[in-house]
Design a protein. Sequence first.
Length: 308
Amino acid sequence: MSPTMTLSITDKTGFYSPVSFLSRTPELLAPEWLAELAADVAAGKAQAYEGEGGVQIVYRALPWDTDFFGTATFRIDYTAAPAGTPFAALQSAFAGLRAHLATLAPAFYLFAEVPSEDTAAIAGMSGAGYRLIETRLTCFRDDLQRFDASGTAAVRSATQDDIPELRVAAAQAVNHYDRFHADDFFSAEQADDFLSVFVENSVKGYADEVIVPADGPADAFLTGNYVNAPAALGGQKLGRMVLSAVTPARRGWYVKLIGALSARFQAAGVGTAFMTTQATNRAVLKVWAHHGYRVGRSSHIFSTYSRG
């Protein structure tokens, strides 16, 4: 677990980039993405665990989540294994990481988002007893400047005065398939409170955009951020839609919010917008398709924990 360990690049590395859909050859994104991760390891922001057979697992502690849930929380960011690594070695590596974390914190929670292409990591986690919690789809539109913004619904930017209504909306719009509601580690109250705090922090500056209907209460919202594509792809400006909630009183507003934020991104010069949801969320996927978005990436969420 030395910070000087050289991280291995594999034919799956590029798929770990959250914007791997931007390139028909994700391996072009691998060196830059891995260099950023290696820099975090060298700076102590992430840790590298090496199992038998050369299996490497990069993980990091999440201080904010640890404080919020009152349990040491970690996230796996990357797995690399030499081609042909036996299943036993993969299983042993993930079991070993779990045992290592137990020496650091008897009570802990560990999760990972694994691109669907990395079948070796998926097999290793499954064999070590990690549980599949959620399957995600990322959809995108890379011709956003051609989006027809005429007729989009009237929206406004949320203010701090809206936070009480936004918190209620976030708690009411329960998605039983998201990581927090699908994982039995979290209580329903914890999951709802986390999303309420998330939207509150979004308004306070964690999000670049938080839009709500222009008229009436702020009982429907959508958040978004501006990010940059990898330098290998020209560093273009991207728009990412993050969290949404629509109360029963605002039925039908989700499609309006997606259209309205697409229009805002377009006006800001964004060429590509993207968002992620669960593969089970058919209604949302239908809305995205209606606005011209298509599937670009799939991934799986695994978790394991110890109550101490």
